[in-house]
Design a protein around this ligand. Structure first.
Ligand code: EPS
Length: 389
């Protein structure tokens, strides 16, 4: 199952095409719209989010609420397009009063993209480098998520830090049930601790006042996975490499940890590896430092992926740059922007993880139609139960 997205931040719409979708997967616009709304929310977002009300339109691959096994096309309109029809016109001449973007922002794709593509207006770059594109990814991921839900797999996320404010955790790799979805979804920063949420919001307020932006970390958890997804035999089969690549494909993501991540490099082996036990005819681990992955495969424990996002490059107190017209020192461009988008990135990462897991299920259990995939999965689970008996 693969997706491609198209669309500029201030163009008419964003489009995603998902191919390799099995037939018979139930899909609902409401479910996708609720994910789109979760991506749009989060304390620290800018004025743009008061304009957009992201809603999906599905224009292919689905009939009477079920996938046909053909490519699924999803579009999300940019309501802000109304304000950009002249500056972002598809055809015709640029308006005489067009203000070009010539003061590239450090940390953004502006300068390198302009050099690479030989343009004198960084808008040609930033329109696509904008994280607005992630709305299309979240819409596309709805297909993967609903497929996984049919197989009993749920994917969720929560924010673990914003700037230097951290969610205090006794055992970050402990039971996923430590936090409820309600705790997460009712927090304005997707953080399950009310006290930490408050402190994170205060940090965002402080950053905004100072003309700053803030990054942070978030965690994606997937539950209900069977052991053995992915593979140990080749680089490409390893879920570890697939998850790393998928999460690092999200704009502004600078690091990914699986399970204990970097902490595993500090501890001795006996405090890293998870003892194996039998519980009700199933192999389990008595801890989950591996974050549900051993040998590049799922081991049946919750999958735990943590990622770090850098602060947004648009600063109201801008850093120094070079004016591309005059080649003189200048201040980087300052425009309407988010102060913090870590909660949004967490929702985007849920989708990226969902695509990796959906593909792992398709590789293991067939890819033509949901009924066959479910039958194969049932048989596999039966065999595993036999193994532990
Ligand atoms: C973004 C800049 C802001 C963000 C945008 C990403 O948009 P604008 O320049 O229109 O104010 O709000 O994110 C979204 C629009 C979105 O839906 O996530 C950027 O430069 O990356």
């Amino acid at each position: 199952m693969q997706y491609i997205t198209a669309g500029e931040s201030h163009g008419p719409c964003l489009t995603a095409i998902v191919s390799g979708v099995p037939a018979g997967v139930p899909l609902s616009a409401e479910q996708i719209n609720s994910d789109l709304a979760r991506r749009q929310s989060g304390y620290g977002r800018g004025g743009r989010q008061t304009i957009e009300r992201d809603q999906v339109q599905v224009t292919s691959g689905v009939r009477f609420g079920k996938t046909l096994g053909t490519p699924v096309t999803l579009t999300v309109a940019n309501r802000d397009w109304q304000n950009w029809t002249d500056r972002m016109a598809v055809f015709g001449e640029a308006p005489a009063d067009l203000v070009r973007e010539v003061t590239p922002r450090p940390g953004h794709a502006d300068l390198v993209g302009a050099l690479k593509t030989n343009v004198d207006d960084c808008r040609n770059i930033l329109e696509r480098a904008s994280a607005r594109e992630t709305a299309a990814r979240v819409a596309a991921a709805g297909v993967a998520r609903e497929f996984l839900a049919e197989l009993g797999v749920e994917v969720y996320s929560y924010v673990t830090s914003i700037g230097d404010v951290r969610l205090p955790e006794d055992d970050p790799m402990g039971s996923a049930a430590d936090y409820t979805l309600l705790d997460i979804e009712t927090s304005e920063v997707r953080c399950p601790s009310p006290a930490a949420s408050k402190a994170m919001m205060a940090a965002i307020d402080k950053a905004k006042k100072a003309g700053e932006s803030l990054g942070g970390t978030f965690r994606v958890v997937a539950t209900g996975l069977v052991p053995g997804l992915g593979g140990y035999a080749s680089a490409a089969e390893r879920l570890t490499s697939q998850l790393g690549a998928a999460v690092l494909s999200i704009p502004a993501i600078k690091g990914v940890e699986l399970g204990l991540g970097f902490e595993a490099a500090v501890r001795p082996g006996s405090r890293v590896h998870d003892p194996i036990a039998l519980d009700g005819g199933e192999f389990v681990r008595t801890s989950n430092n591996a974050g549900g992955l051993e040998g590049g495969m799922t081991n049946g424990m919750p999958l735990v992926v943590t990622a770090a996002m850098k602060p947004i490059p648009t600063l109201m107190q801008p850093l120094g740059t070079v004016d591309l017209d005059t080649l003189e020192p200048a201040e980087a461009s300052r425009e309407r922007s988010d102060v913090c988008a870590v909660p949004a990135a967490a929702v985007v990462a849920e989708g990226e993880v969902a695509f990796v897991l959906a593909n792992a299920y398709l590789a293991a259990f067939g890819s033509t139609c949901l009924a066959d995939i479910k039958a194969n999965l049932r048989q596999y689970k039966q065999r595993l139960r036999g193994f532990a008996r």
